[in-house]
Ligand binder design. Structure first.
Ligand code: CAO
Length: 573
């Protein structure tokens, strides 16, 4: 036999449990005790570890398969030194730890079923009295960490409502209350280690009484874990003046941040990963079967938050863009001022436009997540303006009217070609360099700011760019831009030249790396070495992402752009 088989051990009453994750692949070297697959019933999820070490030859299961005790999980390559660590039968079949033992491995124990033969008993009544709720017999789960406390003093709890979540290396589970009432005092906190009999909380009974415990499956000599409906174990002796009640059944663990009743569907390993990374699991969208959250989902969530593409609820709730009065404020800042403006004079309330409601949070995200720097500079466009005026005159009959913005778009393409890092987007710790040159321009509309995009500006002349800009600006004002019209931009220009002003700080249009702000040109005296000359000066403001670009590169970008605007023939070079 060239391969050793690794099978599912005795997992007791867990029948036909679904594999929700396969944690290894062919060619992987696995160590003894390393988790191979995660299985999940409707009440618990658990990882099944390997009892052998070696190189995975062939996987025999896939996600979605149902397995039972004895199901073949994978084979290990004997020629690559595979060897059982604990037990093997004489056919060379390797069995995960615990199978040959008299009791299942700790990883597989479901806490609702005591492994000891202690008789289960009905949970004590809580008829108006104070009840001590303790950890039931959770088998080999000794000194397990409390990872979540799901209730607080004063909460009214129902029978079966989860009180705490405990977790070992391999499994997590909730310990529910066996009694209804009001939590008087919590006796555990996150990080505490608990074992059988540890006091969780005292509950003032509402008179509803604890759930009646069904027949004591635990009385069976079998060490098998039982289904979630299994009864509670016998209650330890009551403390002075109070009864002790055992939780009834374990439920799947969930994130403590939002005990809303909607439990994120994820395996213990994924919960652990989420906790380590500080990811609020209930905000992660699961892409696995039945919406289960996978490792990739958690990683994608972290990437999205770090890149600014998404915000956690906590960030959204605390952000400065939170509606005034919502009490929000960036971490460490005082809350948004709450003012009764009507006290000071007449007021009127007006809803933000749809565009502002959409663009506001995006602008806010970009402003607070991108380390902006803005370089202000001046371009001498005297000659270019003369050329523009002449061009318009020549083409007057054809109805062509080119504004400075079309020249700026073309000049920016030349600068982006010379400084490719500006024609890029950040993706984690990589820069995505674009080989196309789609330029967005901010258009002021009655409903707010939009940024339509002119595609392939490197392949178009200034007149064509100008015509397309006119069409897109009209569509923008008519509210007819499509999402395609506004997507795919590499770099944006925001021109206030038709209005006025000197300089401003444009906000980068993520995921772009930079944006050029342009204000109104004015005639200014410029010293030519002998005398002041009247020159047409265009104020430029380039905002750039300091994670991608540095000040020297930004200055060079502006210098080059100014050279091109000063002598537009450079566009051809
Ligand atoms: N200096 C001097 N004059 C300028 C100029 C400049 N930098 N830029 C434009 N002008 C002139 C134009 O030549 C035109 O003059 P005439 O009326 O004599 O022909 C006039 O100003 C109006 O130009 P325009 O604004 O209609 O055309 P444009 O191509 O420059 O801009 C558009 C088009 C759609 C970008 C613009 O109308 C617009 O919406 N700008 C606002 C952008 C904005 O809001 N940015 C801020 C974003 S941050 O909140």
């Amino acid at each position: 036999m060239a391969a050793l088989e690794v099978k599912v051990p005795d997992i007791g009453d867990f029948k036909d449990v679904e594999i929700i994750e396969v944690l290894v692949k062919a060619g992987d070297r696995v160590k003894a005790e390393q988790s191979l697959v995660t299985v999940e019933s409707d009440k618990a999820s658990m990882e099944i570890p390997s009892s052998a070490e070696g190189v995975v030859k062939e996987l025999k299961v896939k996600v979605g398969d149902k397995v039972n005790e004895g199901s073949l999980l994978l084979t290990l390559d004997e020629t690559d030194g595979a060897r059982p660590v604990e037990s093997s039968d004489d056919k060379g079949v390797l069995i995960a730890p615990g199978v040959a033992a008299s009791r299942p491995p700790p990883e597989l124990v479901n806490p609702q079923t005591p492994l000891s033969a202690a008789p289960a008993a009905a949970a004590p009544r809580a008829a108006g009295g104070e009840v001590e709720v303790v950890v039931p017999d959770i088998g080999d789960f000794d000194e397990v960490a409390v990872i979540e406390v799901l209730v607080k003093p004063g909460d009214t709890v129902a029978v079966e409502q989860s009180l705490i979540t405990v977790e070992s290396d391999k499994a997590s589970m909730e310990i529910p209350s066996s009694t209804a009432g009001v939590v008087k005092a919590l006796k555990v906190k996150v990080g505490d280690k608990v074992s059988k009999g540890s006091l969780i909380a005292t509950v003032q009974g509402s008179g509803g009484g604890p759930a009646a415990a069904p027949a004591p499956a635990a009385a069976s000599p079998s060490p098998s874990p039982a289904p979630a409906s299994a009864p509670a174990a016998a209650a330890p002796a009551a403390g002075a003046g109070s009864e002790r009640a055992l939780p009834t059944a374990a439920l799947p663990a969930h994130e403590p941040t939002a005990p809303t009743g909607t439990l994120p569907h994820a395996s213990p390993a994924i919960r652990k990963l989420a906790r380590e990374l500080g990811v609020p699991l209930d905000e992660v969208k699961g892409s696995g079967p039945k919406g289960r959250i996978t490792q990739e989902d958690v990683h994608d969530f972290v990437k999205a938050v770090l890149s600014g593409a998404a915000r956690t609820k906590a960030q959204a709730g605390k952000g400065a863009s939170a509606a005034p009065g919502a009490g929000g404020g960036l971490a460490g800042l005082v809350p948004w001022p709450q003012v009764d403006f009507a006290k000071f004079g007449a007021i009127e309330k007006k809803d933000l436009s749809r565009i502002k409601k959409i663009s506001g949070p995006a602008l806010h995200r970009n402003w607070v997540t991108i380390p902006h720097v803005t370089n202000h500079d001046d371009a001498d466009i005297t000659d270019l303006e003369a050329f523009r005026v002449a061009t318009n005159k020549e083409n007057e009959k054809a109805g062509v009217k080119v504004t400075m913005l079309a020249f700026l778009i073309k000049a920016s393409v030349a600068a982006l070609q010379k400084f490719p890092d500006f024609n890029a987007s950040l993706d984690g710790d990589q820069l995505v360099l674009k080989k196309y040159f789609h330029i967005g321009f901010a258009a002021d509309t009655p409903n707010g700011l939009v940024v339509p995009v002119i595609r392939d500006c490197d392949k178009k002349g200034v007149i064509q760019i100008s015509n397309e800009m006119g069409e897109l600006a009209k569509k923008a004002r008519d509210g007819k831009l499509t999402p395609t019209d506004m997507s795919g931009g590499c770099f944006s220009i925001s021109s206030l030249g038709g209005i006025g002003g000197r300089y401003f700080t444009p906000i980068i249009n993520a995921p772009e790396v930079a944006i050029l702000g342009v204000c109104r040109s004015t005639i200014e005296p410029v010293w030519d070495g002998k005398a002041f000359q009247p020159r047409l000066i265009l104020p430029l403001s380039l905002s750039w992402d300091h994670r991608v670009v540095d000040g020297a590169m930004a200055a060079r970008f502006n210098v080059f752009l100014i050279q091109v605007l000063g002598d537009f023939r450079r566009v051809l070079l």
